[in-house]
Each structure stands twice: as C-alpha cells, then as structure tokens.
Design a protein around this ligand. Structure first.
Ligand SMILES: [Zn+2]
Ligand SMILES: [Zn+2]
Length: 181
C-alpha cells in the first residue's frame, strides 16, 4: 500500500487518507484528510469572524440550496428532532404556556380553560367546526413565536387538527365567536 507523509501533522498515512487533488504532482493533497478538513474549517471560521459580508451571503445561499435537496431536508428534520429534545427547547416550550405571575391574569386564563373544557357546545375559532370534548385545545390567536402574548385576550379555542395545521398568523373569528366560545 502506498503511503505518504502529511506535511501538516507529519504522520505517515495510507494514500487513501489524503484527498485527491489532480493539480498537485502526486495527485493528492499534501496534508492528510484530517489536517485538510481542520484547515478548511479554520479558514471558514476566520472568514466568518472577519465578517466578510459577501462571504456570509454566499454561505447562506449555499445553505439554502442544500436545505432544498432531499439530503438537506432529511438533515434539517433530524436536527429539529434533536433540538426538540434539548433543555433549551423544553424551556422555550414551557415559557410559551407558563401561567403569568399576575394573579388576576392567571385566574382569567384558568377560568377560560375550564370554560372550554366544560362547555356543552363549542366551535373551533379557526375552522368553525364543533369540537368534541377530547379534541378541545386552547391556542394562541397570534402565536407567541410571532409576538403574541400569553394572556386571556390572545387565547382562543381550537380543534386538535387546527392547532397542529394552522398557519401561524392572526385569524379573524367568525361573527358571534369573538370570545372563542
Ligand atoms: Zn495530517
Ligand atoms: Zn379547527
């Protein structure tokens, strides 16, 4: 097996441990794969740190192109799944639904949830369909991610389906349903 010495770390490694580089005399990079990757990453970090605007723009454009490929989509979905399991993601989810410290604001939210739970007849604020008891959800009219507050005024009743599928945008309530009930 042909071997060569890495010019960066000095280790003697099999040729397969060097990236192919047709323009160089031996047909391979002078530095081994590990050293070459480290060098490329260091250069990239340096350029990002120097805040070269067009370099950043090119990197972002490349990311966007990659995200549209099947491989990129799969990687994105996997990363999202990993993120959802982190403590940070859990804390953000909790903050979205944490009851406010103000006693009056708290009481009004809890009262509303109880009313939604026990109402005989109730309709979804988004699709207008009547919701059976197990499918009743209380949702933010303006999503918290879009600046909506976690207050009674921003809560509406929604069916299970609408809470997962609705676009995150304010929705006009049908007449007579302004209160969500
Ligand atoms: Zn090396
Ligand atoms: Zn609905």
């Amino acid at each position: 097996m042909r071997k060569r010495k890495c010019t960066a770390c000095g280790a003697v490694k099999a040729l397969g441990e060097f990236y192919i580089h047709r323009r160089s005399p031996g047909g391979h990079h002078a530095a081994c794969k590990v050293c070459h990757r480290a060098d490329v990453n260091a250069r990239r970090r340096r350029r990002l740190a120097e805040d070269e605007a067009d370099f950043r723009a090119r990197q972002r454009a490349a990311c966007r192109r990659y995200a549209k490929t099947a491989k990129g989509r799969a990687a994105g979905a996997a990363a999202a799944r990993r993120y959802r399991r982190t403590a940070k993601a859990r804390a953000r989810r909790a903050a979205r639904t944490r009851l406010p410290a103000d006693a009056e604001a708290r009481r009004r939210i809890l009262e509303y949830c109880e009313a939604v739970r026990t109402a005989k007849k109730i309709h979804c604020a988004f699709c207008g369909r009547r919701i059976p008891k197990p499918d009743r959800r209380v949702a933010h009219l303006v999503p918290v991610s879009r600046g909506g507050a976690h207050t009674r005024e921003n809560l509406v009743v929604a069916c299970a389906r609408c809470t997962v599928s609705r676009a995150p945008r304010p929705v006009r309530l049908p007449a007579g349903m302004e209160d969500g009930i």
